[in-house]
Design a protein around this ligand. Structure first.
Ligand code: FPP
Length: 234
C-alpha cells in the first residue's frame, strides 16, 4: 500500500563522489565505488518504502570529458554491480531499465546491463531506471527526430513525451514527483529536462556516498510537506 503523499517516482542526481574521495585522500574511483554502495542502499530502501519508480543519473553525456581512467572505472563498477546485486534485485522484485544511449558504452558494461534488464524483466516491484550516457536535450532532439521520421507534421506534447526514453519504449514512466540532488549543488545538469517540468526539487549537503536510508527518508518527508499546485492555486 502506498502511504499517503509518498512520491511515486523519485529521480536522483547522485553528486559528490569525487569530493567524498578527495576529503579522504582517495582516488576518485573509490568515491564512485562508495557511490555505488549508496546506490544499492537507496534502491533497496525505495523498494521497501513502496516507491514505484527510481531513476538515477549514473553517467551523463558530458561525463565523457573526464579522464579515461575515471570513465573506465565507472563502467567497471556497473559490471561489478550487476555481478554482485542480481540476486538481491530479483529477491526484492526490482525491475531494471536503462535510459540514455548506452550503445556507446564499453561492451562489457553494455552486455551486463542488457543481461540485467533481461533477467529482471518479469519483476513487478520497484522500477529502477539507470540513466547512462543520458542527456535531457539530446533525448528531446532524438524524440522529435523520431516523429519527423514518422512523417509527423504537427507535434503535440504527448507525442514528445511518448518518444522520450521514458515514453512508450519502456512502458511510459510517469514524470518524477521528486528530484533529489546531493552534495549541496543546486542545478538540473541536463537531467530529465522535459519530465521535471512540475517536479519538486529537494537538495541536501550530504555527499552521495554518505547517503543512507535515514537521510533518504528525511528528504522524502520534506517532499511530503510540500504543497504541489502545478501552476494552479492551492
Ligand atoms: C557524480 O559525482 C557522480 C557520477 C558522475 C557517477 C555516478 C556513479 C555512481 C554512483 C556509481 C554507480 C555507477 C553505475 C554506472 C551503476 P562527481 O564525480 O561529479 O563528484 P564531485 O562533484 O564531488 O566531483
Amino acid at each position: 500500500m502506498l502511504e499517503n503523499n509518498m512520491p511515486k517516482h523519485v529521480a536522483v542526481i547522485m553528486d559528490g563522489n569525487g569530493r567524498w574521495a578527495k576529503k579522504k585522500n582517495l582516488p576518485r574511483v573509490m568515491g564512485h565505488n562508495a557511490g555505488m554502495q549508496a546506490m544499492k542502499r537507496i534502491v533497496i530502501a525505495s523498494s521497501q518504502m513502496g516507491i514505484k519508480y527510481l531513476t538515477v543519473y549514473a553517467f551523463s553525456t558530458e561525463n565523457w570529458k573526464r579522464s579515461s581512467e575515471e570513465v573506465g572505472g565507472i563502467f567497471n563498477l556497473l559490471v561489478k554491480y550487476v555481478n554482485s546485486e542480481l540476486k538481491e534485485l530479483n529477491d526484492n522484485n526490482v525491475k531494471v531499465n536503462s535510459i540514455g544511449d548506452y550503445e556507446m558504452v564499453p561492451k562489457s558494461a553494455k552486455d551486463k546491463l542488457e543481461a540485467l534488464i533481461d533477467s529482471t524483466k518479469e519483476n513487478d516491484g520497484l522500477i529502477f531506471n539507470i540513466a547512462i550516457n543520458y542527456g535531457g536535450r539530446a533525448e528531446i532532439v532524438r524524440g522529435v527526430n523520431k516523429l519527423i521520421a514518422e512523417g509527423k507534421v504537427e507535434i503535440t506534447e504527448n507525442d514528445i513525451a511518448n518518444n522520450l526514453y521514458t515514453g512508450n519504449e519502456i512502458g511510459n514512466i510517469p514524470d518524477p514527483d521528486l528530484l533529489i540532488r546531493t552534495s549541496g549543488e543546486q542545478r538540473i545538469s541536463n537531467f530529465l529536462l522535459w519530465q521535471c517540468a512540475y517536479s519538486e526539487f529537494v537538495f541536501t549537503d550530504v555527499l552521495w556516498p554518505d547517503m543512507d536510508k535515514s537521510e533518504f527518508i528525511r528528504l522524502i518527508d520534506i517532499y511530503k510537506n510540500r504543497n504541489r499546485r502545478y501552476g494552479g492555486r492551492s
